[in-house]
Design a protein around this ligand. Sequence first.
Ligand SMILES: NC(=O)c1ccc[n+]([C@@H]2O[C@H](COP(=O)([O-])OP(=O)(O)OC[C@H]3O[C@@H](n4cnc5c(N)ncnc54)[C@H](OP(=O)(O)O)[C@@H]3O)[C@@H](O)[C@H]2O)c1
Length: 247
Amino acid sequence: MITQKTLIIGANSAIAQAIATEHSGLSNSEVILVSRGFSDNVLVTYQNLQNTRLISVEDYTVSSIELACIKIQADSTLPITNVFVCNGILHSETIQPEKRLEDFDAESFNQVMSANALTPMLWLQKLVPILTGKIRCNIIVFSARVGSISENKLGGWYSYRASKAALNMMLKTASVELARRAKNIKVIVFHPGTTDTELSKPFHKNVPKGKLFTCEFVAQQLLEVVKGQELDQTASFLDWKGETINW
Ligand SMILES: NC(=O)c1ccc[n+]([C@@H]2O[C@H](COP(=O)([O-])OP(=O)(O)OC[C@H]3O[C@@H](n4cnc5c(N)ncnc54)[C@H](OP(=O)(O)O)[C@@H]3O)[C@@H](O)[C@H]2O)c1
């Protein structure tokens, strides 16, 4: 019998697909998948999973997110117990992570900030009213270790680093507020490690042997990490091993 819902946002993400696959093995949970458009391969994956529901959004503007939130609540009042926000870009046809100051570009910066910091923040804002209640809800947002200001030794990747640092600050700030008004919510800011997806593909040649993770491995690690977290009214910045990363 289905007793709870899991929400996965940015469901085209390769890691999102692995999380959904892990979750579909749990017979008590419906998995709701949100994306701007499910690619054919992704659709095949999701259609083979049990208890899934797909919601397409036109984009990640406020109005599209609000509409999606209505659909998320539409057909049942079962509690949402896990939310995974998987959105994030590092490069695109027009964007490359900067190697040096001369590479910095205002338009690229705005696009990276929008995808990596603004989109998760808007989801958090619109979802908290739905998630607040008596039953525990974990909100897991994908960040990256390179968003840690104190651990930045290598430099470069200005926009991606800045967008993840901004994301981290907003999630930490939100957790302070949620400690007062939504004590059932645990915020987890997650670094998956270098994982074999389109996002990391251009950089695979630099990854040491054994350090490029499969999405399946990362999804399994993440679910174990989430299980181990206390409902302690603060955001935790954690890696795939469950170890704390300095902000
Ligand atoms: N792969 C790695 O090595 C690695 C390492 C550290 C951190 N991460 C983080 O892990 C998360 C998942 O990454 P992934 O490797 O699974 O990447 P991916 O397969 O390339 O997935 C991209 C994700 O970003 C969303 N997205 C793409 N363009 C967007 C835009 N313009 N605005 C808002 N969202 C957009 C997609 O949502 P739709 O479903 O709507 O297309 C999808 O959720 C990201 O936050 C990434 O920064 C990944």
